[in-house]
Design a protein around this ligand. Sequence first.
Ligand SMILES: *[C@@H]1O[C@H](CO)[C@@H](O)[C@H](O)[C@H]1NC(C)=O
Ligand SMILES: *[C@@H]1O[C@H](CO)[C@@H](O)[C@H](O)[C@H]1NC(C)=O
Ligand SMILES: *[C@@H]1O[C@H](CO)[C@@H](O)[C@H](O)[C@H]1NC(C)=O
Length: 385
Amino acid sequence: MGVWRGRSPFSLVLRLLIVPMIAVLGFHYASFISVSARDPQFNGKSLCSSGAAATCAEQLMALFSGPVRAGNLTAARAGELRSCVRPLVPYHEISPSSGCVLDDESYAVPSTRRRRRRLQESQFAMPQFSSVDDLFEVNAMLVNGGDIDGDAREKMERLAQWPPPEILQLAKRAVEFGGDPSAVLTELSPIRHSVPDVENSTAERCSLTKYDYGNRFDDDVINSYIVFLYHAISMLSPFVGLNVSLSRFDLFHGHMFTSYDTSRLGILFHSREYPAYDEKTFPLNLGFCQKGSSIPYDKSMDLRNILWLAPLVRCTKQGIADDWLASGALLILDAREGGVVYRELVPEYLDYVRTISEDEFGDHVADINYLNLDISPPERRVFIC
Ligand SMILES: *[C@@H]1O[C@H](CO)[C@@H](O)[C@H](O)[C@H]1NC(C)=O
Ligand SMILES: *[C@@H]1O[C@H](CO)[C@@H](O)[C@H](O)[C@H]1NC(C)=O
Ligand SMILES: *[C@@H]1O[C@H](CO)[C@@H](O)[C@H](O)[C@H]1NC(C)=O
């Protein structure tokens, strides 16, 4: 069967057994799954949490973590990684003179000529932070499906690169507490909100979220920013070849994490969560939530992993500073077959669904769900589990 790309029957069995089993147990197959006792050289491809995957994830992060960290990668490796990244907004590095710590060994400026040249080629910029008014204005347009003109597009990009102060505060907090998830979780309001029916999910006995209730951030600006991220992804993705719908079969969840290397706050979104069952192209039973799906299993699965990174604050031995090493980043990871993301970051048993786990990037904080229902204000569509 060509669709299985001629892999061994064992890998077919592995997929057919493990993925539905996980779905039945009530987890998203996208979530972290540990399958032990496997040959690490299985099919010659790296497995979940393998050294190769960890290195690849760390290097991807480095690529968007300012010139010093990015400069630690060879040009060839950086090029290979970039070939599997589709940015939704431009990413800004901050010039070393305005951002880099020189008294800290781990941030020491690399000195080879090659690296110096690459630093000069980088696109440096000074942060231009967005205001809360920008956020509300852009959200009103995005949520109501209004026309996005050049001015609004620019504001959208800036919101992703340089979010309003409330988001920056949260990002700083994550770093200040060394990536401890509770630094973020304590910012949630204790009020629990019941997860509503989504497009007939209740009748289908489908539980989309980890719990049947969710919390929200105490500060509603952060909830607004989550609304923004979902709608911005949906609006910007077609420009890089992916049509995303904010439906319960496609994009409704992301996994918030704090990165292992810098404690940076990020969200790994998974679109195309429940492709339709199809005997030929997608013979996988993903449980109740898959019923009624009309998402085709096609090339767009390659683009289902979408990454948001908060701006990266400068950190010294004395603590966090007031300036920034890198802007926020919003990008699609291209897991096409043969590319570096597919080879190194997608574990073998999830090849078929192209899922990357947030565990590769950092410590899991919470699932960030956005249920795009006709609920107003849209912040009430956010459910954090
Ligand atoms: C540069 O790479 C080396 C080896 O991969 C690593 O040990 C070091 O921490 C990296 N430095 C920075 C600034 O990322
Ligand atoms: C919801 O699903 C149930 C059971 O499949 C079905 O009877 C009902 O007509 C559906 N309702 C809508 C609005 O699709
Ligand atoms: C996305 O949708 C538009 C409008 O329906 C269509 O023209 C375009 O071909 C689609 N792009 C992809 C990559 O499917």
